[in-house]
Design a protein. Structure first.
Length: 288
C-alpha cells in the first residue's frame, strides 16, 4: 500500500508540476538534497541535467532493446547479441508452446522490465501476461523523468536464456566518458540478494558502494577483460557519456544494453566523494 501511494503521488507530481519538479522530488528523497541544475558537480546531478537539458530523446534508438541490436551488429558484430527468439506487439501473439523451455522476456521501452524463465512448465503464464500488459501500458519516461524513453514503442522481446556455470551470471557495466571506459560496475546475485562492486580498469576494487552492498566474495578478473574494454570503446566512441553493459560467460561476451542515464541518477554513492569523482569526468558542455 505504501508503494502504491508513492506511485500515485509521483504521477500527481508529474502531471501537476512537470518533469523538473518531479526530478527534484525524487532526487531529494534518494540523495537527501536537491540537485543543482545551474552548476551540477556530481554524476548524479549531471544525469538530472541531461534528463532536462541534454536532449535525451536523441538516444532513444540506442536504448530501445530491439532497435539497438542493429547498432551493435554494425559496430561490433552480431556475435555479441543474445539470440532473438521473437519480437511481439502484444502478449496474445506469443505461443508459449513454441518457445523453448528456458528463455528471457523483455519489453523494449523500459529498464528492469524483464522476466527470466528457467522452466516454462512451472510458469504461471496468465500472471506473466498480466505483468507484461501492465508494462506495455506504462510510460517509463513518466515514472523516472527520463525523456529518452518517451519515443520508444513498447514491444516484447523473447531472447535465448544464457547462464553461467557458477549459477550467478555477472553483469559488467562499463562507465564510458568520451569514448573511453573508466570504471566497471559488477552486479551479482541479482535475483537473491542483489550486490555489486566497482572496479577500475586495472581490476582494483574501489572502496565504495553504489546503492547495494558489496559482493561477499571477490570477483575474478574476466579473462577477456581487455576485449570487453575494446568493445566498450567502439560502442561509446560517438557519445559523451554512456554505460555499456556486457555479460561474460562460458568464454563468450554478450551485449546487455546501453544506458545514457544509469539508474536515472537516483542511487547514492557511498562515500559521496565518488559521486564527485565520477562527475568530474562528464563534461556537460559537449551536450550543447
Amino acid at each position: 500500500m505504501e508503494q502504491f501511494v508513492r506511485d500515485v503521488l509521483e504521477k500527481v507530481v508529474w502531471v501537476v508540476l512537470g518533469q523538473k519538479f518531479q526530478i527534484k522530488y525524487q532526487f531529494k528523497r534518494s540523495h537527501g538534497y536537491e540537485p543543482n541544475f545551474t552548476s551540477p558537480k556530481t554524476l548524479s546531478e549531471k544525469i538530472q541535467w541531461i534528463k532536462v537539458y541534454g536532449q535525451p530523446e536523441r538516444f532513444s534508438k540506442y536504448i530501445d532493446k530491439y532497435t539497438v541490436r542493429e547498432f551493435i551488429k554494425e559496430k561490433v558484430g552480431e556475435d555479441l547479441l543474445i539470440p532473438l527468439i521473437g519480437v511481439y506487439q502484444r502478449t496474445k501473439e506469443i505461443d508459449l508452446k513454441l518457445l523453448p523451455n528456458s528463455f528471457i522476456i523483455k519489453t523494449t521501452h523500459g529498464s528492469g522490465w524483464n522476466i527470466i524463465v528457467k522452466d516454462k512448465t512451472a510458469l504461471d503464464w496468465d500472471l506473466v501476461k498480466k505483468k507484461i500488459d501492465t508494462w506495455l501500458k506504462s510510460r517509463y519516461d513518466r515514472i523516472t523523468g527520463e525523456a529518452n524513453y518517451k519515443p520508444i514503442k513498447g514491444r516484447i522481446l523473447v531472447e535465448e536464456y544464457i547462464e553461467d556455470p557458477s549459477g550467478d551470471l555477472k553483469d559488467y557495466k562499463f562507465f564510458c566518458f568520451n569514448g573511453e571506459p573508466r570504471y566497471i560496475q559488477v552486479d551479482g546475485t541479482r535475483f537473491t540478494a542483489h550486490k555489486r562492486d566497482i572496479y577500475d580498469l586495472s581490476w582494483s576494487k574501489l572502496p565504495m558502494k553504489l546503492f547495494y552492498e558489496n559482493l561477499s566474495q571477490p570477483v575474478a578478473k574476466p579473462e577477456k577483460l581487455d576485449h570487453m574494454i575494446e568493445i566498450c570503446r567502439k560502442l561509446s566512441q560517438d557519445f559523451v557519456f554512456v554505460r555499456v553493459d556486457l555479460y561474460f560467460t562460458r568464454g563468450r561476451i554478450y551485449f546487455g544494453e546501453l544506458t545514457f542515464t544509469p539508474e536515472s541518477g537516483m542511487v547514492p554513492f557511498t562515500p559521496v566523494q565518488y559521486d564527485y569523482i565520477f562527475g568530474e569526468l562528464l563534461d556537460l558542455t559537449k551536450y550543447c
